[in-house]
Design a protein around this ligand. Structure first.
Ligand SMILES: Nc1nc2c(c(=O)[nH]1)N[C@H]1C(S)=C(S)[C@@H](COP(=O)(O)OP(=O)(O)OC[C@H]3O[C@@H](n4cnc5c(=O)[nH]c(N)nc54)[C@H](O)[C@@H]3O)O[C@H]1N2
Ligand SMILES: Nc1nc2c(c(=O)[nH]1)N[C@H]1C(S)=C(S)[C@@H](COP(=O)(O)OP(=O)(O)OC[C@H]3O[C@@H](n4cnc5c(=O)[nH]c(N)nc54)[C@H](O)[C@@H]3O)O[C@H]1N2
Ligand code: SF4
Ligand SMILES: [Mo]
Length: 692
């Protein structure tokens, strides 16, 4: 025991996608202080409230600390503690039973928001076991951006935060709260200070909207209409980059003719944005080079996501902003093990045709099962039954659209194992619950596989409590027990060493250097073309027929057609203080936002007799929930922002912690899905509100 505080460097993680370099003060195996590291190349000293509070996760008295086995009926909340070897043996036996009975594909491996290396170890386990079904919530998070990118220009065009842009267009993105994928807002704010103009396209008057050169208060769910109007203006007024268009695009004439039908005046009626404002901001984007589009997650949360993202990539391309410094770039990977090799894709060559969603005709390159199709397989055996699931880092009862159906599906499974750090409504339905070690408690790698061109070291700083194991270790042990042990490692660190081995270092050396990043290289297409069939940016998709895709992006309506009985439009934004459904049990963060709040315009509140802090009911065709009114003119009178991700860890386990009461996904449905990614409508839903 010593009284001295020792300081360690690492990167913040698992409070969002992670990324900030931080300094961690430790005394007696306990973290006593966390601060931003000025040397961090992603954050330059920045840290957010979640990062500061993150050590509290480790010492929370209610944290899961031992493997648990269900006693009594599913969801009753009765558990017995069991040793790890029994937990591993039991899970292996149950999964093997399903494999013997209906085949390996009857077992699903589920991951929530990618949080660390365990995401890829899970895919590896699925491949080695023989199941093509890795269920990840990518249908509403990143798959649409990444895969639309791959089909259109051969890469995932990420906004370059490391080179100054003349203009940044924040399209459905709120980096001051979300710092998505390590795109930490401090770098963007610095650029703005140095003169980068910026446009914010958001239904809500956010912190950045208040400072923006243009704020376009869009009707939720109509981003495809707006993006097409931008294309219309830029093409009809010949404000595009002619040289780039002539040399590097395919299908420009078709696109030009096609977008004739989307003039700002017409799209203004759909988007509620004045036509002049659309025109002016489109001109600004076209004139300012380089410009980046910081595209956010709501663009992936309605059935038209493919049209929206296709139109945005066309915009980036015709304005000459693809793969240029300060534009939307193709980040180079450092010398590390390729994903395909790490996950042993070679062991399951039939995956593409066998995975559940292949039977629903989703877009090529979509490699994880959309949750709506996963549930359908459990509930109706389409295209074949799924009877067991292993879930890690996820809380599907809150995160998947249509929570009631998720509940039904979980209840129907023959076997469910969940790994988490805390008991959740989903874990409460499991047969086995595993206590995971988390950030600071094990060696981990951040940002692997995210497409931003670097990986971050997250070395172990303190010992995990009691029997908590890192997910990577759990999976490595499960791998040895369930599959051929020679495909796994003596200790989980073998997996980490494998990732960095091509850089001719081991994990410990990597931890000392802190990160690996390739040298910047831009306009790589000049040497090798774009990685598409035509070698160009495919404004019109050359393989559209073959893949059953629309060749050109279109506007064919609202996410839901107007419904006079539900005249208001529902959307949401992520809270700055929580990660999705996580951490409402952390007192420091909960104190910042104790209750689920719904934003409602003063005029609308008055019309409905609703006052500040009143308990209100929000209702859609799919269900209703209660939250508390926050009356504010930051939202449009016709738009309602309900809080998302709410359950009540202070509640009772036998009630599944009040999972239905305020849960946004009680209001969503999977009856209508976008055909490319299986995406449901989470934004732009018809609703009504009333006082409770
Ligand atoms: N209506 C609606 N639905 C949405 C969204 C929306 O905006 N609106 N957003 C969608 C998006 S973008 C995403 S990414 C998903 C997120 O969906 P999820 O990933 O399912 O949600 P989270 O709350 O991030 O994480 C789930 C669990 O991970 C646990 N956890 C944290 N750290 C660890 C760890 O180290 N190990 C283990 N084993 N568990 C850990 C947490 O305790 C938590 O219970 O939700 C999607 N669903
Ligand atoms: N604090 C915190 N940080 C997070 C997360 C979290 O839960 N909490 N989640 C992480 C994850 S997994 C993700 S995917 C990212 C998401 O990161 P972001 O994309 O930045 O997140 P959101 O808050 O969902 O949405 C951004 C903005 O879009 C606006 N918006 C809502 N509906 C619409 C619409 O229909 N059109 C337009 N144009 N705008 C709309 C919202 O008002 C909000 O300001 O954040 C990551 N970081
Ligand atoms: S922005 Fe994200 S990575 Fe940075 S401190 Fe906050 S939670 Fe951690
Ligand atoms: Mo996400």
């Amino acid at each position: 025991m010593t009284n001295k505080v020792s300081w360690f460097k690492t990167h913040c993680a698992r409070m969002d996608h992670g990324g900030c370099a931080i300094q961690v003060g430790v005394k007696d195996n306990k973290i006593v202080r966390i601060k931003g590291d000025p040397d961090g190349f992603l954050n330059r000293g920045y840290i957010c409230p979640k990062g500061i509070a993150s050590a509290q996760r480790l010492t929370h008295p209610l944290r899961l600390k031992h493997p648990l086995k269900r006693k009594g009926a599913r969801g009753e909340g009765q558990w017995q503690t069991i040793p790890w070897d029994e937990a591993i043996a039991h899970i292996s036996e149950k999964l093997q039973l399903v494999k013997d009975r209906i085949g390996a594909k009857g077992v699903a491996f589920c991951q929530g928001m990618p949080k660390g290396l365990e995401h890829f170890v899970l895919i590896r386990l699925a491949n080695v076991f023989g199941s093509p079904n890795v269920v990840v919530i990518q249908d509403v998070c990143h798959a649409p951006r990444e895969i639309s990118g791959l089909h259109t220009c051969g890469f995932y065009p990420v906004a370059d935060f490391h080179h100054q842009s003349k203009l940044a267009m924040l399209w459905a993105s709120n980096p001051t709260s979300t710092n998505e994928e390590g795109q930490i807002c401090s770098l963007l704010l610095k650029q703005i200070k140095r003169g980068t103009e910026f446009i914010v396209i958001d239904p809500r008057h956010t912190e950045l909207a208040a400072k923006a050169d243009y704020w376009l208060q869009i009707r939720p769910g109509t981003d495809h209409a707006l993006a097409l109007a931008f294309l219309n203006v830029i093409i009809s007024e010949k404000r595009f980059d002619e040289d780039f268009v002539n040399h590097w695009t395919y299908g420009f004439d078709e696109l030009a003719e096609h977008v004739n039908q989307y003039p700002p005046e017409k799209m203004s009626q759909v988007t509620w944005i004045p036509a002049d404002k659309i025109r002016e901001s489109a001109r600004r984007y076209a004139a300012a080079r380089p410009a980046k589009i910081v595209w956010g997650n709501p663009l992936e949360q309605n059935i038209h996501t493919f049209d929206t993202l296709r139109a945005l990539i066309c915009l980036m391309a015709i304005c000459g902003n693809l793969d240029v410094p300060g534009g939307n770039i193709h980040a180079n990977d450092p010398r590390i093990l390729g994903l395909g090799k790490f996950v042993r894709a070679d062991l399951l060559p039939s995956k593409r045709t066998e995975m559940i969603h292949a039977h629903h005709g989703t877009i090529p390159k979509m490699m994880t099962v959309p949750p709506a199709f996963f549930r359908k397989a459990i509930l109706s055996g389409e295209p074949y039954p799924v009877q067991a699931a292993y879930i890690q880092c996820a809380n599907p009862l809150l995160a998947y659209a249509d929570s009631r159906q998720t509940h039904e599906a979980m209840m129907k499974l023959d076997f469910l194992a969940v790994s988490d750090i805390f008991m959740t409504p989903t874990a409460a339905l499991a047969d086995i619950v595993l206590p995971a070690a988390t950030q600071f408690e094990f060696n981990d790698i951040g940002h692997y596989g995210l497409g931003h061109g670097y990986i971050l070291a997250r070395p172990k700083i303190v010992e995990p409590p009691d029997e908590c194991w890192p997910d990577i270790k759990i999976l490595n042990e499960l791998g040895k027990s369930l599959t051929s042990s020679e495909l796994w490692y003596d200790t989980y660190e073998g997996l980490l060493d494998a990732v960095v081995a091509p850089a001719e270092i081991n994990y410990n050396q990597f931890a000392i250097c802190g990160y690996l990043k390739a040298d910047d290289q831009f306009r790589k297409y000049e040497a090798s073309g774009f990685a598409t069939k035509t070698g160009k940016v495919e404004l019109s998709l050359s393989q559209a027929d073959k893949f059953h895709l629309a060749p050109l992006p279109s506007y064919d309506g609202l996410p839901e057609s107007e419904d006079p009985e539900y005249p208001l439009i529902l959307t949401s934004a992520k809270s700055a203080y929580f990660l999705h459904s996580s951490y409402r049990w952390l007192e420091k963060l909960r104190a910042k936002q104790p209750r689920p709040q719904t934003l409602i315009h003063p005029q609308t509140a008055a019309e409905h007799g609703i006052g500040e802090n009143d308990e209100i009911i929000i209702e859609t065709r799919s269900g209703h929930i209660t939250q508390f009114a926050r009356v504010t003119d930051k939202v449009h009178p016709k738009v309602i922002y309900a809080a998302y991700g709410w359950w009540f860890p202070e509640g009772k386990i036998e009630d599944l912690y009040g999972w239905e009461k305020s849960n946004f996904n009680m209001l969503t449905s999977t009856a209508k899905l976008g055909p490319e990614f299986g995406t449901p409508n989470l934004k732009g839903i018809n609703c009504i509100v009333r006082r409770k």
